[in-house]
Design a binder for this molecule. Structure first.
Ligand code: SAM
Ligand code: SF4
Length: 427
């Protein structure tokens, strides 16, 4: 989401005559796009500010701005804490960047952290910052209306709003014309995408179908689905179109229904397992990845064991795994005690990671001997003789190149695998 936002920011500034540089020493304006989701994300930003501090010495013209979620969360306070920062801009105020930069250039600290109920930047064509020219993100909605007890997103990104579908379809067509072969539709809860116009409702399955119909040579992915909202209609849409990738990111967070209730996730572990059964029966061969939080408030050993059991049962192909990090202002911070000791959080997280490593390895081993269509994204990191791409199931495959290039689809027979990669040959 932050990459997609940075691309909007670069577009707004390009219109003002700025150009984007890959060399920080050359920059006259440095904008740090920030994340507040866990405390360590914010610590990293503070570390980054320290690391670039020397650039200001001998360059009085340099303007440093903090943009995004951390700007929204800390507002003016960050100016007192970090005197390197000249400008603080929240995620809904990027259109005001040119005037805020002027203000900062004239020596005043500039701040705009107003959240909006309408802003989707639908009319701003993002300037792509990706390196491969094959895969790209397309933001389809902003904000979030769910109030998961641990999560800061609704506070820093505001209420949920969907983007006009026509502008989404135009952006995807433009990407296709520029040679892109894969788009990932982005939103905090894509299942609640809704756009009503002339008594006609576009929901997420319909939007996804329209994007898929643009061209069979364009792959479509999306993230993130919410287990409480994901419908059979969506799963059937995925099954109907070859170019909608057979991969679902469905964050479970915990395997304990008691913890899920405290988290305000609005589903139980039984509901989640039922949804996975629906995925398996409607889209055979679909991979599933997830997010898991270890050590949420009041979590006991039996809750943790329920998480491990659910992971084992679901056989997740991949997972993002986190220690619970209390975020100021959230319901959990206000109402519950962060009472799982640090060493227990770490122990549980390590057990979750160890199990996931085993499951990820198993999932790759099951692919050995099978043939997958792979979209080539780049050379392999290790060798220019090998190409690298992903299967529809979102697994990285590496194989000898033989005259193919980025953006081509090839069939690859998987001969072996490492814990992270499928290795094979074209057939
Ligand atoms: N909207 C998506 C959803 O609900 O699945 C994901 C949003 S969040 C940007 C990505 C992940 O960060 C969450 O799924 C959750 O696992 C994790 N996360 C959010 N808040 C957290 C916190 N306070 N501590 C640890 N992990 C957190
Ligand atoms: Fe945060 Fe929950 Fe919204 Fe995801 S659905 S962004 S976890 S509040």
């Amino acid at each position: 989401m932050n990459v997609a936002d940075s691309e909007v920011v670069v577009s707004i500034l390009t219109d003002q005559g700025y150009c984007h540089t890959g060399d920080i020493k050359e920059a006259e304006l440095i904008l740090i796009n920030t994340c507040s989701i866990r405390e360590n994300a914010e610590q990293r930003i503070r570390g980054r500010l320290k690391a670039i501090g020397h650039l200001k010495k001998g360059n009085d013209k340099l303007v440093i701005g903090l943009i995004g979620c951390m700007a929204e969360r800390l507002k003016e306070k960050i100016l007192e804490e970090e005197n390197l920062v000249d400008m603080v801009v929240g995620p809904d105020a990027y259109r005001q960047l040119p005037s805020l930069i002027n203000e900062a250039e004239s020596g005043h600290k500039a701040v705009n952290v107003l959240l909006s109920r309408e802003e989707t930047y639908a009319d701003i064509p993002p300037v792509r910052l990706d390196k491969n020219g094959v895969t790209s993100f397309v933001s389809i909605m902003r904000g979030c209306n769910n109030m998961c007890a641990y999560c800061v997103v609704p506070y820093v990104r505001g209420a949920e709003r969907s983007r006009n579908p026509e502008s989404i379809l135009n952006e995807v067509k433009d990407l296709l014309n520029k040679g892109y072969r894969e788009v990932t539709l982005l939103g905090q809860n894509v299942d609640s995408f809704r756009w009503e116009e002339n008594n006609h409702l576009t929901d997420f399955p319909l939007l996804l179908e329209k994007v898929a119909l643009i061209s069979p040579s364009l792959r479509v992915r999306f993230s993130t689905s919410h287990p409480k909202d994901i419908s059979d209609d969506l799963l059937k849409t995925m099954a109907r179109h070859n170019n909608i990738c057979k991969h679902l990111h469905l964050p479970v967070q915990s395997g304990s229904s008691r913890i899920l209730k405290l988290m305000n996730r609005e589903y139980s572990s039984e509901w989640y397992t039922d949804r996975i059964k629906a995925v398996r029966s409607i889209i055979p061969g679909c991979s599933v990845s997830t997010d898991i939080i270890a050590g949420f408030c009041t979590e006991r050993e039996e809750d943790h064991q329920a998480t491990l059991a659910l992971m084992e049962w679901a056989g997740f192909d991949f997972a993002y795994m986190f220690r619970y990090s209390e975020r100021p202002g959230t319901k959990a911070a206000r109402k519950y005690k962060d009472d799982v000791p640090d060493e227990i959080k770490t122990k549980r997280l390590n057990e979750i990671i160890a199990l996931q490593n085993k499951l990820s390895s198993r999932s790759k081993k099951q692919d050995v001997g099978r043939i997958f269509e792979v979209l080539i994204e780049d050379f392999s990191k290790r060798s220019q003789d090998h190409l690298s791409g992903r299967t529809s199931q979102n697994k990285v495959a590496v194989f000898p190149g033989e005259g193919h290039k980025k953006g081509d689809y090839v069939n690859v027979l998987v001969e072996r695998c490492t814990s992270a990669t499928l290795i094979g040959k074209m057939v």
